[in-house]
Design a protein around this ligand. Structure first.
Ligand code: DLL
Length: 434
């Protein structure tokens, strides 16, 4: 069995890595110019020829591509190969507008699964492990991606898909799952169910690979405690392949981007200017090995920063820090920028679990924001504080974090719908009814 920790690639000295990227980029630009009319026309409009892109220093000369472009080109406009060479589609979980459909050749799938295999190995996975995948299967990339990676590593793979917590726990205990793959919000729910049912001694989990949505360090801490595991972050997006574009190593200090396949840039979301390393901005990806859906300079709308500081795991691939969220997740309330992750930090620091929702509404001319959060079973039991006192304490915590007064409603345990996939944190009644 191939070893999916690949030091010759993952710990490659920077100059060699960049030479590899430059060579692949130049080839890829030629490939898309010749095979994708959209890129051919865009590059012609900008007066850029494939031979102008000799390496990564020329990347900024290429046009950006946005989600709107993807929607306009739906379904086949960005194909880099004939349809008969494609073997799979996957699709984004988008709830509005046209879905984005991504295509894969068999080679694209192999590369994607290899990236997921690297992530599993970085989380300590070996062929001895039982890998329990409860990301959704189907159009969503989470299940298929981690499933493929787990096979490559040689783990015994449990293709559970999402939902049915009872069944998840039964398989987990009966079959001795050691690695759990799901969204962090579902991992938190599983952690609560394990405590409630007193199953902590019956589970053998050692690691979790959690992603597909933003989550805070406080949430990591809670999940690690409730399940007795090390919780690793994994990032990816359908447009660029799926999970495994980047993942954490044992240091749990940012996710290594698989730079032999993807070039990352951070840009100012307003001007498009490329920002220096360390600054926060919008993450942009260029695929240098993909053939069926070969996006270049794709604007993800995810906001984060990159670091090339050496990582003690030895991997040289650049790390992206936990995304703060998408630029479209940010709410402007009473003139102040508000991120769900800031609210999560305050709630978890006060002992709540990640069962919360944010409702944004407009009353008269005023925008309002209400945070609803569930009491934990322990809080119900020990009755040390009244609901009013709890609400007041959260209002004050949020006021120091955000600088504005937010309405808070503390609700009974299980009053908020449980999340099985990506959690729905924000209910935006202003835009919902417009
Ligand atoms: O969520 C792919 C995935 C599956 C990643 C399983 C990790 C694990 P999409 O449905 O296309 O693909 O959504 C992509 O989700 O642009 C981010 O906004 C967000 N996202 C993904 N991973 C993370 C993460 C999958 N680790 C969008 N932290 C991305 C924060 C994440 N946000």
């Amino acid at each position: 069995m191939k070893n999916y920790y690949q030091p010759e690639i993952e710990t490659m000295p920077l100059d060699k890595l960049q030479a590899l990227q430059s060579e692949r980029l130049a080839g890829q630009v030629k490939f898309v110019y010749e095979n994708v009319k959209f890129y051919h026309d865009r590059m012609d409009e900008m007066g850029v020829k494939p031979e102008d892109i000799k390496g990564i220093d020329d990347l900024h000369k290429l046009p950006f591509i946005t989600k709107d472009d993807l929607r306009d080109q739906y379904p086949y406009g960005l194909l880099g190969v004939p349809l008969e060479d494609c073997v799979r589609i996957q699709s984004t979980s988008g709830t509005t507008g046209r879905r984005v459909v991504a295509f894969y050749t068999q080679e694209d799938i192999d590369i994607w699964e290899e990236c997921c295999a690297r992530a599993i190995v970085a989380a300590g996975g070996t062929k001895e492990d039982v890998c329990h995948v409860c990301y959704g299967y189907g159009l969503f990339t989470g299940g298929p991606g981690l499933n493929g990676g787990s096979h490559k590593v040689g783990c015994l793979t449990l293709p559970m898909s999402s939902g049915n917590t009872e069944r998840q726990l039964q398989f987990m205990t009966d079959l001795g799952s050691t690695i759990l793959c799901c969204t962090p919000s579902y991992a938190a729910n599983l952690g609560e169910a394990v405590s409630e049912k007193g199953l902590r001694d019956k589970i053998k989990l050692k690691a979790g690979i959690f992603g597909a949505e933003p989550w805070t360090e406080e949430m990591r801490h809670n999940i690690e405690k409730s399940l007795g595991i090390k919780a690793y972050d994994i990032y990816g997006l359908t447009e660029i392949s799926g999970p495994g574009v980047s993942f954490e190593c044992e240091e749990q200090a940012g996710m290594h981007i698989q730079e032999d396949h993807f070039i990352a840039e951070i840009i100012d979301p307003n001007t498009g200017e490329v920002l220096p390393e360390g600054e926060t901005g919008e993450l942009v990806f260029t695929c240098i090995t993909k053939k069926a859906f070969p996006l270049m300079r794709y604007r993800t709308r995810d906001l984060c920063r990159l670091t090339r500081k050496p990582c003690s795991c030895g991997r040289t691939h650049v790390r992206m820090m936990k995304p703060k969220g998408r630029s479209d997740d940010m709410m402007v309330v009473k003139g102040v920028n508000v991120w769900p992750s800031q609210i999560e930090t305050v709630l978890l620091n006060q002992g709540y679990q990640a069962n919360y929702q944010i409702v944004v509404d407009r009353i008269g001319n005023n925008d309002t924001i209400e945070v609803q959060v569930e009491l934990t079973p322990e809080m119900v039991e020990n009755k040390s504080m009244t609901i009013e006192a709890r609400q007041k304490k959260i209002v004050s915590g949020l006021k120091s974090m955000l600088g504005i007064t937010v309405n808070v409603k503390v609700v009974e345990p299980k009053a908020i719908a449980i999340s099985e996939g990506k959690a729905v944190r924000l209910i935006d009644k202003i835009h919902l009814y417009q």
